[in-house]
Design a protein around this ligand. Structure first.
Ligand code: AKG
Length: 297
């Protein structure tokens, strides 16, 4: 299958872009799940959330988008077809609709994390709900740079809000980026920065493949289906494949951490979100990489 990763055309699956493995067989064994997370830097759990709830959330979001006139008028709403040149839509208002929260704050997620952390879990109020348009993608980054001012046990959960093929834009993980010694300098420099405190752009690169070419690791991705989730920690490099279709890619990333630990105040109820965006010009990643002694792409 021909896909695009960043701005490079690639074949999936292939040696350069491999397949994620799911960890459903370990669900009854928390210590095995911890070991898998330590080894792979992610856990893919198929069908963790009830599919019908995700379908309902998708319908509610797409009806909202239809009312906002961001969908192609005469196409079936549930397909999420974008008009020519369609770009992202403002999603903030719909992220806290009860149908959507039923997925983003699903009891299955709280139950999973309570078992995984060995104590009750807390989730951020802020939800990163995305409608990703044609040719759009997310560059490679660690989440620490956006939300690292709280618990070191913070985890991201990426939730597809539709059945999403790789060519429509799905999450990709750079296996090894959290542990390999070849990534140590990245983790110690870029991996400790904060976009608001340091005023630096958050993406490590717009070209995810340059990472494995320079530092090693292995990019992995897969098709995702309603009900699936993928979890990862703050120092697993990830990105998305590029949406090559005429349909919006709907997904949301949410965060969970142990409730007893301090939370990054930017993202909890009443938090300001990012404080630097729009207030001052961010330094480029190229400049920052040069300062850190990392090869500039
Ligand atoms: O959905 C995307 O395009 C990016 C998601 C992401 O970066 C994340 O889940 O942290």
């Amino acid at each position: 299958m021909n896909v695009r990763f960043g701005y490079r055309d690639m074949v999936y699956p292939s040696g350069a872009l491999g397949t994620l493995r799911d960890s459903n067989d370990l669900l009854a064994d928390m210590s095995a799940l911890h070991a898998r997370m330590a080894e792979d830097g992610y856990l893919l759990l198929r069908g963790l959330i009830e599919r019908e709830k995700v379908r309902q959330a998708r319908e509610t979001i797409l009806n909202y988008m239809h009312q906002q006139n961001v969908l192609t008028p005469n196409a079936p709403i549930f397909e999420g077809v974008m008009p020519k040149g369609g770009r992202g839509a403002k999603m903030r208002r719909i992220a806290h609709h009860p149908d959507v929260l039923d997925v983003l704050e699903a009891t299955a997620l709280f139950g999973f994390f309570a078992a995984y952390f060995g104590e009750p879990a807390l989730t951020f109020q802020y939800k990163w709900l995305r409608a990703v348009g044609n040719e759009q993608y997310t560059g490679a980054h660690y989440d620490f740079v956006y939300m690292g001012q709280g618990s070191p046990k913070l985890h991201t959960v990426w939730i597809p809000l539709g059945d999403i093929a790789v060519e429509q834009g799905v999450l990709a993980i750079c296996r090894g980026s959290h542990t390999l010694s070849s990534f140590a300098r990245i983790r110690d420099t870029y991996g400790r920065m904060d976009v608001d405190r340091d005023g630096i752009d958050g993406w490590f690169t717009r070209d995810p493949m340059e990472i494995v070419e320079t530092f090693g690791g292995h990019w992995l991705t897969d098709a995702f289906f309603m009900g699936d989730v993928i979890l990862f920690g703050m120092h697993t490099m990830h990105a998305s494949t590029t949406n090559l279709t005429d349909r919006f890619r709907l997904s949301c990333d949410v965060r969970f951490q142990p409730a007893s630990e301090p939370a990054d105040r930017r993202w909890v109820a009443g938090g300001p979100g990012h404080t630097v965006h729009g207030h001052k010009e961010l330094a480029s990643m190229e400049e920052a990489r040069a300062k850190w002694g990392l090869p500039v792409h």
